[in-house]
Design a protein around this ligand. Structure first.
Ligand SMILES: CC(C)(COP(=O)(O)OP(=O)(O)OC[C@H]1O[C@@H](n2cnc3c(N)ncnc32)[C@H](O)[C@@H]1OP(=O)(O)O)[C@@H](O)C(=O)NCCC(=O)NCCS
Length: 377
């Protein structure tokens, strides 16, 4: 067995009932239901339940789940104080990784790893990620954290804690859709990382802290922020084509396009593009939207044949910008949604746990002997 599956591409290591992706046709389903239907008809709370329990909730189950999330929104005062004391110039993902690890110190159940424990901790983490991320955002601006409200849904409450004022119903719904689109996505790098940690039978806080670290990178969750950096660098729609052509000539990667699995349009990018088009038709095309349109044209024309199309991060940044969210918070918001997928995947994998322990082909030296330090060149 000397064949190497670089990037573990195409390697199956477990079964799942949660998410299915057909990358060539651009299909994404959760529990067999297309992502477009989840985005149109459901809520982040309902999808989180569906992922955790691998079934659609009844009305009573959803009501109870929603009440449990609301009851767990508050974070320990010591954590709020710690967040307020974090250096203001660190990336929010660094702050989130630290805060989630810190949160575990105050959870008496933190070390417990039965399925019931993992469920209970997941509900708390889904609820508390929102409070933590909003508190980090406010602390960076030198502002006091805003206490959660239990008369708002998850999306609306997050925007309220972030901005200190209630979002409009349209804004809250749009953010809810963005969370739905990001809640789970099969065996991506951060979910795999969460599972790899859980496969040692480690605790949920360790799993989620590792997953946050994996999500942070620009090839994964960090791409949405990198897209906005690129749009800001381009600045003017008329410069987009030249900028992209030069990058491609120089064999540089364009952020927000391409995907390990999708070799056609990512269906999540379609939902977000529809929204961006809708806004453009009502308010006129924003500069960002025009730049994106021009980038998409060149990308599809020049590298579409390689299966490179816009992914979810291509349009998500403009949606978040419309909601007044700063670009360094795009990746934490990805985590805010993906905590549901991470938790659900860890719980599912743990049922048939097997320690993850792949192998590497050894290509180093052989038949060597130790050389005394003084004799080395
Ligand atoms: C996501 C990503 C890592 C997947 O890449 P991958 O499956 O490893 O694909 P490869 O890097 O093997 O790329 C295959 C070909 O497409 C090209 N390609 C892939 N992504 C590209 C991009 N974003 N821009 C330009 N070319 C790209 C590669 O250069 C390669 O070309 P070649 O065959 O001529 O060498 C990659 O597309 C990427 O870096 N995208 C930008 C970051 C991003 O948006 N990430 C978020 C994903 S949701």
């Amino acid at each position: 067995m000397t064949e190497i599956a670089k990037g573990l591409e195409g390697v199956l290591f477990t079964e799942t009932q949660l998410t299915f992706i057909n990358g060539t046709e651009g299909i994404l389903t959760h529990l067999g239901i297309p992502i477009q239907e989840w985005a149109e008809k459901s809520s982040f709370e309902e999808l989180s339940y569906a992922l955790l329990y691998a079934k659609l909730p009844t009305a009573a189950e959803l009501k109870q789940f929603d009440a449990d999330l609301k009851a767990n929104r508050a974070i320990p005062a010591k954590l709020s104080e710690a967040i307020a004391s974090f250096p203001k110039d660190v990336h929010p993902m660094q702050a989130l990784r630290t805060a989630v690890s810190y949160l575990g110190l105050f959870d008496p159940q933190a070390e417990a790893t039965s399925e019931a424990d993992r469920y209970a901790i997941s509900v708390r983490l889904i609820a508390q990620f929102a409070t933590i991320i909003a508190a980090i955002a406010r602390a960076r601006q030198g502002k006091e954290a805003v206490a959660p409200r239990d008369d708002l849904n998850h999306a609306g409450n997050f925007l309220y804690m972030l901005n200190g004022q209630e979002a409009t119903p349209e804004q809250a719904r749009l953010f809810d859709i963005a969370l739905i689109l990001h809640a789970d996505h099969g065996m991506n790098a951060s979910t795999f990382t969460a599972i790899a940690t859980s496969s040692t039978l480690s605790d949920m806080y360790s799993c989620m802290t590792s997953a946050i670290g994996a999500l942070k990178g620009p090839l994964h969750g960090g791409a949405n922020e990198a897209v906005m950096d690129m749009l800001d660098e381009i600045g003017d729609p008329s410069k987009a084509a030249d900028y992209i052509n030069k990058k491609l000539d120089d064999k540089e990667k364009i952020m927000g396009v391409g995907h390990r699995v999708y070799k056609y349009f990512d269906p999540r990018s379609r939902v977000l593009r529809d929204y961006a088009e809708h806004v453009a038709s009502k308010q006129g095309k924003s500069t960002y939207y025009q730049i994106l349109e021009n980038i998409e044209k060149v990308v599809v024309e020049r590298i579409g044949s390689k299966g490179i199309y816009p992914n979810v991060d291509f349009y998500s940044g403009t949606v978040y910008s419309d909601l007044g969210i700063a670009k360094e918070f795009f990746t934490p918001i990805f985590a805010l949604a993906r905590i549901s997928g991470w938790s659900a995947s860890v719980i599912e994998y743990t049922r048939n746990n097997r320690l993850l322990r792949p192998d590497a082909l050894y290509t180093g030296a052989t038949d060597q002997h130790y050389i005394d330090l003084n004799d080395r060149q």
